[in-house]
Design a protein around this ligand. Structure first.
Ligand code: SAM
Ligand code: DTB
Ligand code: SF4
Length: 351
């Protein structure tokens, strides 16, 4: 990265400034975001990751949005940590449909000493398949963070979820400061950060702006910023929250794009409830990453073939892996993409 482009990234956003971005006329905001987007990215490429829940349900945390919290009865079957071999099979399947990053999520407050060896084997195994690796396991201590980095973990997902002011309305069992601490350990260990939040929890515009300020004012911007639309799950305290105005959701993506111009902004949970026009608008606003495959962690996501058809209609190509230093892995991915190319389900990512 050149000194000029590095210094173009800002870490000193104020609430008034960010609110002014949100309050621009919609067309001005989208034009602004698309202009910034094109300075840093190919506007017709979208990164695709696949999620897998490696340990489901009975989580001790009380996140009011979450179907996996043990505090609420959502009828979810709890499962213990998946076997390493099954995780690797799921990763191979994800690679076969063209995913380049495999993200493994566990419903834990934090990983236990007993579980860590298995988690590390999963990272090593997924990495060996030639996929980028991502995990989201809750709070980490420094030793665990270093072990994950040494095993080859590329990304750690840990969301701030909302503004510090609104946070206490949603989660009481883990503090905002805890989350920031985990993010600092991840950064210190040399891994990439995936951190974002959720819209639709009853938060105000100030809270949406406040979340983006927290993320953009970190010493380095998260490389990946997932923006989730609340998936309302029966049994959770937020099941009956009001819908977010779709245009307000698009505004959030656009402002995230402007504030963190080099980050991948992920159009994350909630796509099943969005029509194709809204998703197209999300990509125009600068979203350039999605979860791909029919399931998120426990809730539904559009079918992979539906997404590939949408990409085709929009002239969007899936993005290849970011790191090209490992030629063996790169060649393996390209081979998988070529094998998929003739399938009706897959749109040529290598072109
Ligand atoms: N337990 C780990 C943690 O919270 O750090 C990792 C898994 S957790 C399910 C990952 C993220 O998914 C949460 O931080 C939240 O932003 C998002 N999420 C969970 N339930 C959601 C829902 N119903 N709708 C939208 N996003 C949700
Ligand atoms: C993120 O921001 N969203 C993903 C991922 N990071 C781990 C999770 C969405 C979960 C949606 C609810 C579910 O499927 O359980
Ligand atoms: Fe547990 Fe994560 Fe769900 Fe919170 S979001 S209840 S920490 S699985």
């Amino acid at each position: 990265m050149s000194a000029t482009s590095a210094s173009a990234l800002r870490h000193d956003w104020s609430l008034d400034e960010v609110k002014a971005l949100f309050e621009q006329p919609f067309n001005d905001l989208l034009f602004h975001a698309q202009t910034v987007h094109r300075q840093h990215f190919d506007a017709n490429r979208v990164q695709v990751s696949t999620l897998l829940s490696i340990k489901t349900g009975a989580c001790p945390e009380d996140c009011k949005y979450c179907p996996q919290s043990g505090h609420y009865n959502t009828g979810l079957d709890k499962e213990k940590l998946m076997e390493v071999e099954k995780v690797l099979q799921a990763a191979a399947d994800a690679k076969a449909i063209g995913s380049t990053r495999f993200c493994m999520g566990a419903a834990w407050k934090h990983p236990s000493a007993k579980d860590m060896p298995y988690v590390l084997k999963m990272v090593e195994g997924v990495k060996a398949l030639g996929l980028e690796t991502c995990m989201t396991l809750g709070k980490l201590d420094q030793e665990q963070t270093r072990a994950l980095a040494e095993a080859g973990l590329d990304y750690y997902n840990h969301n701030l979820d909302t503004s510090p002011e609104f946070y206490g309305n949603i989660i009481t069992t883990r503090t905002y400061a805890d989350r920031l601490e985990t993010l600092s350990y991840v950064r210190d260990a040399g891994m990439k950060i995936c951190s974002g939040g959720i819209l639709g929890m009853g938060e105000s515009l100030n809270d949406r702006a406040g979340l983006l300020i927290q993320l953009a004012n970190l010493p380095e911007h998260p490389e990946s910023v997932p923006i989730n639309m609340l998936v309302k799950v029966k049994g959770t305290p937020l099941a009956d929250e009001q819908d977010v105005d779709p245009f307000d959701f698009i505004r959030m993506l656009a402002v995230a794009r402007i504030m963190m111009p080099k980050s991948h902004v992920r159009l994350s949970a909630g796509r099943e409830q969005m029509n194709e026009q809204m998703q197209a608008l999300a990509f125009f606003a600068g979203a350039n990453s999605i979860f791909y495959g029919e399931k998120l962690l426990t809730t539904g996501n559009p079918q992979a073939d539906k997404d590939m058809l949408l990409f085709k209609r929009l002239g969007i190509q899936p993005e290849a892996r970011e790191e090209h230093d490992d030629e063996v892995h790169q060649a393996a991915i390209e081979q998988a993409l070529v094998e998929q190319r003739d399938s009706k389900l897959f749109y040529d990512a290598t072109a």
